[in-house]
Design a protein around this ligand. Structure first.
Ligand code: 5GP
Length: 116
């Protein structure tokens, strides 16, 4: 059996995190190492899908739910409601946690967040 992901361990209360909101199937938290003034993560409670392509193929309605939730969070947590939605896919693209999750970046992007 593979180890539970960091997000599963957060959801299970094993790793502390401030959960900003949740629905039956997804939850949101602040990224521990923010790359923008607002940097949130939207994560399905299930660790079944490793990346967004797998999720899109396996459960498009869950992906749509993540996108809708990201928009709500951006409206609540950024000044202007504008945001970038990023899914790193694969190690060489910077993915470190293989439990699909969306980065919601907003509030005025830092140089770091755009790779400058
Ligand atoms: P990835 O690199 O896989 O696209 O995104 C994983 C994200 O999870 C990173 O931005 C990283 O900073 C964040 N992260 C890793 N460990 C923790 C943690 O224990 N708590 C929180 N809140 N975020 C984490």
């Amino acid at each position: 059996m593979t180890e539970p992901s960091i997000f599963t361990r957060i959801l299970d209360g094993e790793i502390p995190a401030e959960i900003l909101g949740e629905t039956e199937r997804v939850f949101a938290l602040r990224d521990i190492a923010p790359q923008a003034p607002v940097h949130l993560l939207v994560v399905p409670k299930s660790a079944e899908y490793r990346n967004v392509a797998e999720l899109a193929a396996g459960d498009p309605s869950l992906l749509a739910e993540m996108v809708a939730f990201a928009k709500e969070l951006a409206a609540e947590y950024t000044e202007d409601g504008d945001y970038r939605l990023v899914f790193n896919s694969g190690e060489n693209a910077g993915q470190t946690i293989f439990h699909v999750h969306a980065h919601v970046l907003g509030g005025g992007l830092t140089e770091k967040s755009v790779g400058a």
